[in-house]
Ligand binder design. Structure first.
Ligand code: 2AM
Ligand code: CA
Length: 269
């Protein structure tokens, strides 16, 4: 399988979806609610996902494709060897509020859902993050690497909160409070995929968040790993790419244990 060709095709599709998103971003943005008042979707999410899934399945009809808004399509999920995970806008809350920090996230995985090709495109800065398993990670074609920071107190970390934060106690506020006291800087940017790309690019030293979905993280996970970093669940385990609670810790690897310790101390298991 020609992963380099797949990466080029996926990059072009992500950039074309970015054209749709930039255009929609300049117009008044209406949103609809999904599971709650907090969980929203816009016409742009739907239009960009339709475009991306149509283009990917036109090129790769033998692949299965899962989109955040449209669900599964393409070849049957049980027999397909390769699977796409598509988030047409990661950072929809930012998008709908006119905040220019969101991205398109595309991951191709094998049948075990291990990512092998990753594309994250940030339309408003025209940054393209890419990775191929075993071949490193890049930003705009140039290799990127995680930081060498070895102490949490010298680190800048990112995080985020689940859409159910107003109704359930397991909402990351305790961990946020603990990290705030122990790091140089803490950021809530609002796009999990870009947070992971920032770890890969050496902008963040670490990032953690619960309740993420495969389309939020699969591309970013590969980027971090290929940039020399580490991604685990909250126990430090590497058992699968996501557990049912979608809890992830990612870092430059040096501060990973310190991050896990804070999460452990502040978590109601
Ligand atoms: P979205 O913009 O695609 O919805 C914000 O903390 C980050 O977490 C965003 O990447 C957001 O993705 C994601 N996120 C938060 N709660 C989520 C949920 N319940 N399902 C999917 N993604 C979620
Ligand atoms: Ca989304």
């Amino acid at each position: 399988m020609d992963t380099q060709a797949i990466l080029s095709n996926a990059s072009i599709i992500a950039e074309q979806a970015g054209v749709i998103l930039r255009k929609k971003f300049e117009q008044p943005i209406k949103h609809m609610t999904k599971s709650s008042d907090i969980d929203i979707v816009t016409e742009a999410d739907q239009e960009a996902e339709l475009f991306i899934s149509r283009e990917l399945l036109r090129l790769y009809p033998e692949h299965h494709l899962v989109g955040e808004e449209g669900g599964g399509q393409g070849a049957p999920i049980d027999t397909a060897t390769y699977h796409w995970y598509v988030d047409p806008i990661d950072g929809t809350t930012n998008f709908a509020s006119g905040i220019p920090h969101f991205c398109v996230s595309l991951a191709l995985t094998d049948a075990d859902r291990k990512p092998i090709v990753a594309v994250i495109y940030q339309p408003m800065t025209d940054d393209l993050y890419t990775a191929i398993k075993g071949e490193g990670a890049k930003r705009n074609g140039k290799p990127i690497q995680v930081t060498e920071t070895s102490k949490l107190v010298q680190s800048v970390v990112g995080s985020g909160f689940p859409y159910f934060k107003h109704t359930k106690p397991d909402n990351n506020t305790k961990q946020w409070a603990e990290f705030t006291k122990k790091v140089r800087g803490i950021r809530r940017m609002g796009s999990a995929a870009l947070d992971l790309a920032y770890v890969a690019a050496g902008r963040f030293d670490g990032y953690w968040e619960p309740s993420l979905k495969p389309w939020d993280v699969l591309a970013g996970v590969l980027l971090v790993e290929e940039a020399g970093g580490k991604v685990t669940d909250y126990q430090g385990g590497n058992r699968q790419q996501w557990d049912e609670k979608g809890r992830f810790v990612s870092s430059n690897s040096h501060i990973h244990q310190e991050m896990l310790n804070i999460i452990k101390e502040s978590y109601d298991w």
